[in-house]
Design a binder for this molecule. Structure first.
Ligand code: NAD
Length: 417
């Protein structure tokens, strides 16, 4: 058994292989779906504020585009690697298929530490990276979105760069934009709103009432911080939170609005009044009913899975649980709502944003949230039903649904020429 950190691509392949085996896919179909369709590596210079020129490496990987144009976020992090991009692109393919939206999977990223860069440096990096990957991206071909350490401002620079090259505005080339340039109502909260819907449904299935649930959330960025707010609105008590600087906890409950304000003012949660400081590793093992990893991959491994106390694990982040950790959690009776379902709210509203941009016709926030709620609750039920039918867990239920849909599209389109 592999203990500890796992290459995310190996993890994605292992999950796919199991689903392919259960579905009885042909060897040819397995070979097609195991590989990325396109992998672009770009090395490019950026002029830093000091005047010095620094080289950066970026990626854009498209996994499968048989169900529609490629879709997937852009990540800025020193951890970005080709294998990470391949895994995340493959997970995007399954995610879009699980919720039934007509996109294929992609992912992009730049190896950099955005926290050490100025706003001007980040703008130059974003614009040059957008230029470098413009041979792939476009409103009909590949539509990026925000991910770790990228935000609506980065999306705006990339949309503007692409539009400058075309000579006219192309809002549909990217999602997660501000409202002023064709963004969608509800996009900022969308991933967390999806997390809220699946948590509510899973708690119902477990006969647990949100008012009696203690929740721990790792990561306090877009997904983690808004999930904290929306889960506390659902009635849950938030007892632990964290960001890259470490964790804070109070078993009597943390006021999320105070935490949001504090984090905005101080840049992180360290020193939040009425809380104790803990490490990110300790945070995951706190006594709680629901654990929501909302930061990065490989957080719950064979090393700590035996000490996780939650009954319900909601994978808001992509790939937070390794397969060997998962086996330990299942043996201990933990329910896991898998990433490709739990965090699909983001790509669902990204799809709404793209549709609105293409039609130049914008919907009210109520309409967005109503449609998101419908898609997330329907997808949760379909996954649960598949898992029950096949006597398996929710992750395999989601994979069986998703991989079958992508395989069907790939089969129907046939092998060209
Ligand atoms: P973000 O950059 O807004 O926030 C990331 C958070 O994680 C920050 O609070 C950061 O301090 C924390 N963090 C970073 N490294 C950490 C570490 N080593 N230990 C603990 N905390 C750490 O990113 P985000 O958009 O909220 O994305 C979070 C996760 O959700 C990622 O896995 C991403 O792929 C996934 N996701 C995001 C979206 C979206 O719409 N933004 C959609 C689907 C999935």
């Amino acid at each position: 058994m592999v203990v500890g950190i796992m290459n995310p691509y190996e993890m994605a392949i292992a999950q796919f292989d199991e689903a392919a085996e259960r579905l009885g896919l042909s060897q040819a179909m397995r070979a097609i779906l195991r590989k990325s369709k396109r992998e672009l590596i770009v090395n490019f210079p950026v002029r830093m504020d000091s005047g010095e020129v620094q080289m950066f490496t970026g990626y854009r990987v498209q996994h499968n585009i048989n169900r529609g144009p490629a879709k997937g976020g852009i990540r800025f992090s020193s951890e970005v690697s080709l294998d990470e991009m391949r895994a995340l692109a493959m997970w995007m393919t399954w995610k879009c298929a699980v919720v039934g939206i007509p996109f294929g999977g992609a992912k992009g990223g730049v190896v950099c530490d955005p926290h050490t860069m100025s706003r001007n440096e980040l703008e130059r990096l974003s614009r040059r990276y957008a230029t470098e990957i413009s041979i792939l991206i476009g409103p009909n071909s590949d539509i990026p979105a925000p991910d770790m350490n990228t935000n609506p401002q980065v999306m705006s620079w990339m949309m503007d760069t692409y539009s400058m090259h075309m000579g006219y505005s192309v809002p549909a080339v990217i999602t997660g934009k501000p409202l002023a340039i064709g963004g969608s109502e509800g996009r900022l909260e969308a991933t967390a709103r999806g997390v809220q819907v699946v948590t509510r449904e899973a708690l119902k299935d477990l006969n647990m009432s949100p008012e009696r649930c203690a929740v721990v959330i790792q990561g306090f960025g877009n997904v983690g911080s808004i999930s904290a707010r929306l889960l506390s609105e659902l009635g849950c008590k938030i007892v632990g939170l964290s960001d890259i600087a470490g964790g804070v906890y109070n078993l009597n409950g943390i006021d999320v609005m105070t935490a949001l304000r504090y984090s905005r003012e101080h840049g992180n949660l360290h020193g939040l009044p009425n809380t104790e400081h803990i490490t990110n590793a300790e945070l995951l093992e706190l006594p709680c009913d629901v654990l929501v990893p909302a930061a990065l991959e490989n957080q719950i491994t064979a090393r700590n899975a035996g000490r996780i106390q939650a009954r319900l694990l909601i994978e808001a982040a992509n790939g937070p649980t390794t397969p060997d950790a998962e086996a330990i959690l299942y043996a201990r009776g933990v329910t896991i709502v898998p990433d490709i379902l739990a965090n699909a709210g983001g790509v669902t509203v990204s799809y709404f944003e793209w549709v609105q941009d293409l039609q130049r016709f914008f919907w009210e926030e109520d309409e967005i949230n109503r449609r998101l709620e419908l898609i997330m609750s329907r997808s949760y039920r379909a996954v649960r039903q598949k898992a029950e039918e096949q006597q398996t867990n929710l992750r395999m239920g989601a994979y069986l649904l998703a991989v079958a849909r992508v395989a069907e599209a790939t089969e129907i389109r046939g092998v060209y020429p």
